[in-house]
Design a protein around this ligand. Sequence first.
Ligand code: H2U
Ligand code: ZN
Length: 356
Amino acid sequence: MTTKNSLYERAHRRRNPLTDRWVLVSPHRNTRPWNGETHRSSQAPRPRHDPACHLCPDAQRATGERNPPYTSVHVFDNDFPAVEASPDNDSAAGPDNSALFAAQPVSGTCRVICYSPDHDRPMSRLTDTEIARVVDCWADQTRALGAQHRWVQVFENKGEMMGCSNPHPHGQIWATDHLPDELNVEDEQQRLHWSRHGSPMLRQVADHEFEGPRQVLANEHWLVIVPYWATWPFETLLLPRFGVRRLDEIPVSARATLAGALGDLTRRYDRLFDCEFPYSMGWHGAPYDGTIHDDTHRRGEAALHWQLHAHFFPPLLRSATVRKFMVGYEMLAEPQRDLTPEQAAAQLRELATSRR
Ligand code: H2U
Ligand code: ZN
C-alpha cells in the first residue's frame, strides 16, 4: 500500500460500504501552502456551576421548570422536541403521496441527557466511572424507548462550531416511529453484506483493522479507527470487537471498557489541537420493530446483519479554529479530503492520553 506511485499516493476514490457512497482522496494536495488562520482558540474556562445555564442542577429551564439538584447523569424530556407523540385522535395524519410532493406524519420522543452536574467537565474530563454511568443511561434509554419506537437515535452535538446551544456537557435522544434515511441505507447495506458474505460487515472491518494503519486505539472489547472511507478529516468509528447489535445488549464487563475507550478517544481529540474538541457523535444499532410486545418478542427480526457502532464526526481540519467545510464540489458532486485516513489515524494514535 505504500509503494511509490501506488493508487493511494494519487487522487483516488474510496467506497463507504455502510452507505455505498464514495469519497475523493487527494493526498498530493497535502503539501500545498496554507495562508489561512491557524491561531489557537480563545475558549474561556467555564465555571463548575452556572446558574444561568438551563441544564445545570437546580437551575431554571427555559420553560420556567426547575432542574432537580441532580448529582450524576440526569435525563429529561426535551422542552422543544423536534418530534412529539401523535395525538390519540389524529385524523389528519394520513400520508400524502403524490409522485412529486410526498409527506408523511412523524411521531416520537425527544430527551436530553446531562452527562454530569458539572458545567465545565465534558466527557474528556470525566472519570471512567462517570462515563460508565452515561453508557448505562444510553443503554437504559435505548431499551425503554425501543419498546415503543422503531428507531432510537442517541447522539451528542458538541461545541459552538457544531451549532450546539449550550456548553453544559449533554447529549440527546430522538426516538421515532420511522427509520430515518441514514439508517435505512446502513440497514440495507449491512443486510446485503450479510447475505453475500455470511458475516456482519462491521465485524469483518474490526477484524481487518485491528492493529492496522488506521487504528487509533484498542482495548479488550473495543476498537477505534479512522475508517478507510472517512470523509471528515478526523472522523472515527468506534467498533465492538465482539458481536453486539444494540447499546442495551452490551455486557456489563464491556461497558467499563467502553467508558475507557470513550475517555481515551475524547482526550486524544482535545489534545490534537489543544482545545475542547467539537464533534457530532452518535450510536447506530439494530432498529426495533416499533411495536410493544412482551420482552422476548419485542425485538422483531433477529437483525443478525447488524453490528452496533458509534460515529464521531469532528469538523476541525488543522487547528482549533480552522475547520473543514463540505462545500463546492462536495455539495455538488461528492466529499473530498486531502489528509489521508492513515495520516489522520497516525496523528491521533501518537498523542498522549493521560488525564491532565
Ligand atoms: P443542543 O445545544 O445540542 O441542541 O442541546 C440543547 C437541547 O436542550 C436542545 O435540544 C434542549 C433544547 O431543546 N433544552 C431544553 O429542553 N430545555 C431548556 O430549558 C434548554 C434547552
Ligand atoms: Zn450547566
